[in-house]
Design a protein around this ligand. Structure first.
Ligand code: ADP
Ligand code: MG
Length: 734
């Protein structure tokens, strides 16, 4: 072609303003210009786009860029036009968002030879009229961005990607450059086979992200830990990924209630809200975005300081891609994932009903996630190994397992046993089956192969299946054994493994972590606070002191004790140890009014108690639950404040009186003062009000409605009793 390295550098400077190429960029571009196929594996932010943009500008003809990210095409095209002094026609995109006139403009520019780069969504590429159009122009090369979408073993499979090769050969052959930021060896081979580019030159950059810290936590109280983490990392931007939209909404609200500026993002929100929330995150008007995996593709925020996986992801590819959004500027990036085996079972359940092959793949990917999560080995080592890369260091110094190493033991004999078994089975079985044999597990597969009478069956029974799976995983990471990616992961022994087997040497292995099988995560977030108040139990000594303080205060003020603070509130205090009014307000059932009215002696008492007993207060863990997630709540408070007739509230919100009373009770019960006198006066006589009021003030031993009904029910209706109880609680309690 006659384009030299000097030409490339000139073009790099003049079009893009960069002085030097990053990583492999130059070699990749030269390979493409020479007319060869190229396969580029480069982490996110590595500079893949330039690998096709620059040669597209230099080569005769039009480069076709296939990318699934329709939303980003416009940006990319605008950027290119900007580099080339706004020559509109130089770059175009063709996707479903264009109207007829716009499509015609693209056609004209293409046919006139103006256009150097044409971005297309895969589904537009498959359209007849587009194929016919492309047949009429000279194609310089095809770039397949996000090429992992070709493989069903990738984290983002798109069936249309499978048709690319056929269409390309229909339109006319030209060199192909495929690019991706995540590809396991299996996905890599799928891509090359599917695009018919098995002899492409492969350019693989290291995927190691040194600055990222990886940690897996047991998912026992994730909400609380997340609040704690964010409060310890105040002012930093972060993303929290959840698997369901519902969880996204709940968690975002929960964070807001706890004083953290957070917004939700998921595909169920309308596009205006989505882009507004995204912008607010980019502009740092909110600290945290809680999102499904719909968020993040193409987001270029360099200073995301943490990525939290509230739910364990479906595959390590997805996990790596999502964690990769932290610390793109090379600075701090903390990646924390919450793991519970129960979530894995949930994910397996979601796969039910899908085609069997898809289920098999999904299960295999999940298994890798489980292995990663439960492992005690260096996380970086496992991740890089998963993507076909070696990480030679013993200790990466930047993951939970390396910073807090777990017990190690000499696993020489165990490893040798595994290798012997694999060899004796002629390398025809997968990990679980082999582990089951050694652990002496009896199931139908084992029996169907007659492996329950295999000489090694049950030889390692005392150690259990999990242990043997862990040994196998470490054997994989150490390259003593390997997986046949073509055959659903059948294990075979590598030459190093054979050498080791013939002459075993000491081999330090780590024990796997034990994760609790059970957690309460399904509990509604709304109940968490109440739960921690009642079932977890606080400090019993302090609790007793708080109760007697409550008696004192009630007596002084001539109020029933339960009006001052309910038991759940006191219990919460004995857990959270609030020592300021601000902190006290975070306790269950304590609103602004209650805290100011009754709080002082309580925080004094707690403060003294904390000091005398040298208690480590969980100050940064004071958590307030979303007491009532009803969207009507705010509406009701506002309307009652404005003295709107209750009939109007009922009809505009389509509620029953019972529902409205329940809402109002919950509002008042959580400590908000609400003046409902305008309504009560309208529906009840003064004597009735006074009579019920007096009952609560003088006679009632608690706020129990049942007791009140027993006592007063023959004279007054339930609605009347409830209304006065609300008035009473609000006036005296809040
Ligand atoms: P990827 O697609 O690999 O995630 P991009 O192509 O979006 O990465 O590039 C990431 C960033 O790196 C962009 O901001 C881009 O302008 C920048 N970049 C690319 N090549 C160079 C270079 N040679 N020198 C400096 N910056 C570059
Ligand atoms: Mg890219």
């Amino acid at each position: 072609m006659g384009i030299t390295s000097v030409d490339l550098h000139k073009a790099l400077k003049s079009y893009f303003g960069f002085d030097s190429f990053k990583g492999n960029q130059e070699a990749i571009i030269l390979n493409l210009i020479e007319g060869n196929d190229s396969f580029v594996l480069m982490p996110t932010g590595g500079g893949k786009s330039l690998c096709y943009q620059l040669p597209a500008l230099l080569l005769p003809g039009t480069a076709i860029v296939i990318s699934p990210l329709i939303a980003l095409m416009k940006n990319q095209v605008d950027a290119i036009r900007g580099f080339i002094n706004n020559q509109e026609g130089i770059a175009h995109f063709l996707n479903s968002s264009l109207n007829k006139a716009q499509i015609n403009e693209v056609r004209t520019d293409l046919l006139s030879g103006k256009t150097k780069l044409l971005y297309m969504a895969p589904e537009s590429l498959t359209k007849e009229e587009n194929i016919a159009l492309l047949k009429q122009i000279k194609i310089s090369f095809y770039a397949i961005d996000e090429a992992h979408c070709i493989s069903e073993w990738g984290h983002d499979f798109r069936p249309e990607y499978r048709r690319i090769q056929d269409i390309v050969s229909d339109i006319g052959e030209a060199p192909i450059i495929a690019l991706t930021a995540t590809a396991t060896p299996k996905v890599q081979s799928d891509i090359q086979k599917n695009l018919g580019m098995l002899d492409a030159k492969v350019f693989k950059s290291s995927f190691n992200r040194k600055n990222l810290y990886y940690e897996i936590r047991e998912k026992s109280n994730p909400q609380k830990e997340i609040i704690k983490f964010i409060k310890q990392n105040k002012g930093k931007s972060g993303i929290i990924y959840c698997l369901s939209r519902k969880k996204v909404e709940e968690l975002a609200e929960f964070l807001c209630v706890n004083g953290i500026k957070a917004l939700p993002y998921h595909a169920g929100l309308d596009s205006t809200t989505r882009s507004k929330n995204q912008d607010m995150f980019l502009m740092e008007e909110v600290e945290v975005i809680v999102a499904t995996i719909a968020f993040g593709m193409g987001i270029d925020k360099p200073d995301v300081r943490f990525v939290i996986h509230y739910d364990i992801p479906k595959s390590l590819e997805g996990y790596y891609q999502e964690t990769g959004r932290a610390g793109r500027d090379g600075r701090e990036g903390q990646c924390i994932a919450f793991y519970s085996y129960k979530d894995i079972l949930k994910l397996e359940k979601f796969m039910q009903g899908k085609p069997i092959s898809e289920q098999e793949i999904g299960k295999q990917l999940l298994l890798e996630t489980v292995a990663y999560s439960e492992s005690n080995q260096c996380r970086r080592k496992i991740l890089l190994n998963y993507f076909g890369e070696d990480f030679p260091d013993e200790n990466c110094g930047n993951c939970d397992n390396c910073l807090h190493p777990k017990k190690r033991f000499d696993g020489k004999e165990d490893m040798a046993l595994i290798i012997e078994l694999i060899l004796s089975m002629k390398e025809q079985f997968k990990a679980e089956h082999l582990a089951n044999i050694l652990a002496g597990v009896s199931n139908s597969t084992i029996k169907s192969y007659n492996h329950h009478i295999h000489p090694m069956y049950g030889i390692g029974k005392d150690k259990g299946v999990k242990f043997w799976l862990a040994i196998i995983r470490q054997g994989l990471v150490l390259h003593l054994i390997d997986k046949d990616i073509e055959k659903y992961g059948l294990l075979f022994v590598t030459p190093e493994g054979k050498k080791f087997y013939e002459n075993p040497t000491p081999l330090m292995l780590t024990e796997d972590r034990e994760f609790a099988e059970y957690n309460d995560d399904d509990e509604d977030i709304t109940n968490i606070g109440a739960k921690s108040g009642s079932s977890e139990g606080g400090d019993p000594v302090l609790m007793a002191m708080l109760k007697s303080e409550r008696n004192k205060v009630a007596k002084q003020r001539g109020l029933p004790t339960w009006v001052v603070f309910g038991d759940p509130s006191l219990e919460d205090m004995s857990i959270q140890y609030p020592i300021t009014i601000e902190e006290l307000k975070n306790c269950q059932g304590v609103g602004e009014g209650k805290a100011k009215k009754f709080g002082e002696p309580f925080i004094k008492l707690i403060s003294k108690y904390v000091e005398e007993n040298e208690i480590d207060r969980p100050t940064d863990m004071v958590i307030k639950s979303v007491v009532n997630r009803s969207a009507n709540k705010v509406y009701i408070i506002q309307n009652i404040d404005r003295k709107i007739p209750w009939e109007d509230i009922l009809s505009s919100k389509d509620m029953t009186m019972d529902e409205l009373l329940t809402e109002v009770e919950s509002i008042v019960g959580s400590g908000t003062k609400l003046n409902i006198n305008y309504h009560i006066r309208q529906v009840m006589d003064d004597e009735v009000i006074d009579d019920i009021y007096l009952y609560f003030k003088e006679e009632a031993g608690s706020d129990s409605l049942k007791d009140a009904m027993n006592e007063l029910g023959s004279d007054y209706s339930e609605e009347e009793i409830r209304l006065v109880r609300i008035k009473f609680m609000s006036e005296l309690g809040n």
